[in-house]
Design a protein. Structure first.
Length: 383
């Protein structure tokens, strides 16, 4: 399970994101790329709905398509909430839910007790299990609606039919044993549990990811073309390309293939780390300014909970960099929230490189955590 902090989530989404609300204190963040997924679902579904229900009017067709798009979004959200619920029950609470183009991601805080790999496997597989339950429920809804009378029955049946099969597809695809899919994370965790070798589990699951890409390309692109002489549709090609890139790129990096991956394998963030200091949220700004003369980043904490960070750029942004200014202000009022992606326990190799890449999009700093203690921070190059 990727480590993420016990920080309070960001008060608002960064550029290209919207915070829909909170579940159990964790924000539900939607990426702008999710709109592309909705568009692809609508474009692919509209012709079929139009052929089947066109006689009922354009408004009915549009309504069914819109309901299907919303249903797909809710299915993805419930998938992620299942991860969060399972993690909570096993002793590790979620701190952030993200929904983006090809599904979502649930980030967790620090486990309340010892965390074993088998718990990772259960947490990973709970998402596909939720989609299976939705599929089973959808089949029952279809039976009930099929026996009903009224003009509403056929549009409702069409929507239920689509969402039923979407959830089955989500369950099966996410359960495939390849990174970064849930099945891949579960496979890596189970191998780590059985062998004690975490790297073996990740590499095996990464090879599984490349096999998933090859299988998808064969089944949806090459097989129709070679075996049946059929040209795949544009929507199919786009879906296979995007999914293949997402799955393949992750597996490629984990396996250390390519020049960039080989360079990442030798990365040690500790050699790049800058000194940090930890202070309380009520620390006066003049005292923070004094700390910044000796360290590059001051981390503001409230007991075991991290509140945010302050560097010289932070003080400049709020106009408190000058000596004598901000005498009445305290650290909690000026610190910048550090999202979960800003902390990492992986300090070497490919995982460290991935952590740096993730942090670069949200913060100027990547904070290193070793043996449950903050050991330093690495500048990400972000403004």
């Amino acid at each position: 399970m990727p480590f993420s902090s016990t920080l309070p989530p960001a008060r608002s989404g960064r550029s290209g994101e919207w915070v829909l609300g909170r579940v159990g204190g964790a924000p539900v963040v939607v990426s702008a790329s999710s709109l592309l997924l909705g568009l692809l679902v609508a474009v692919g579904w509209y012709p079929s709905v139009s052929r089947a229900l066109g006689a009922l009017g354009t408004s009915v067709v549009v309504g069914v398509v819109a309901a299907t798009v919303v249903g797909v979004a809710l299915s993805v959200l419930l998938h992620e909430l299942a991860h969060g619920l399972t993690g909570t029950l096993l002793g590790c609470r979620p701190v952030r839910y993200e929904l983006y183009l090809w599904g979502g991601r649930t980030s967790f805080g620090r486990a309340a007790s010892a965390w074993a790999p088998w718990k990772d496997a259960l947490t990973s597989l709970s998402g596909p299990a939720a989609n299976l339950l939705l599929w089973a429920g959808g089949t029952q809804v279809q039976r009930l609606v099929w026996e009903a009378d009224g003009q509403w029955a056929l549009p409702v049946y069409a929507t239920a039919w689509a969402l039923t099969w979407v959830n089955l597809a989500l369950a099966v695809f996410n359960a495939l044993p390849g990174l970064p899919l849930d099945g891949g994370h579960a496979l890596a965790a189970l191998l780590a549990q059985l062998t004690g070798n975490q790297d073996l589990g990740r590499r095996t699951a990464a090879w599984g990811g490349l096999l998933v890409v090859a299988a998808a390309a064969w089944w949806w692109v090459l097989r129709p073309l070679v075996v049946y002489g059929l040209r795949p549709g544009a929507t199919t090609l786009v879906l296979v390309a995007l999914v293949g890139w997402s799955v393949g790129a992750t597996s490629w990096r984990v396996l250390g293939l390519g020049r960039g991956s080989r360079a990442a394998a030798s990365l040690d963030l500790r050699t790049l780390a800058r000194p940090v200091a930890v202070t309380g949220r009520d620390t006066p700004v003049p005292q923070v300014r004094s700390l910044l003369e000796r360290v590059d980043l001051v981390i503001v904490a409230d007991g075991p909970r991290l509140v945010g960070g302050i560097d010289t750029a932070t003080l400049a942004q709020v106009g408190l960099q000058a000596e004598g200014s901000g005498a009445e202000a305290v650290a909690d009022q000026v610190c910048t929230v550090l999202p979960p992606a800003c902390l990492t326990t992986a300090v070497t190799g490919q995982q460290a490189a991935e952590a740096m890449q993730a942090a670069r999009s949200v913060s100027r700093w990547l904070v290193l955590v070793e043996s449950d203690a903050i050991s330093g921070a690495v500048p990400t190059g972000a403004r």
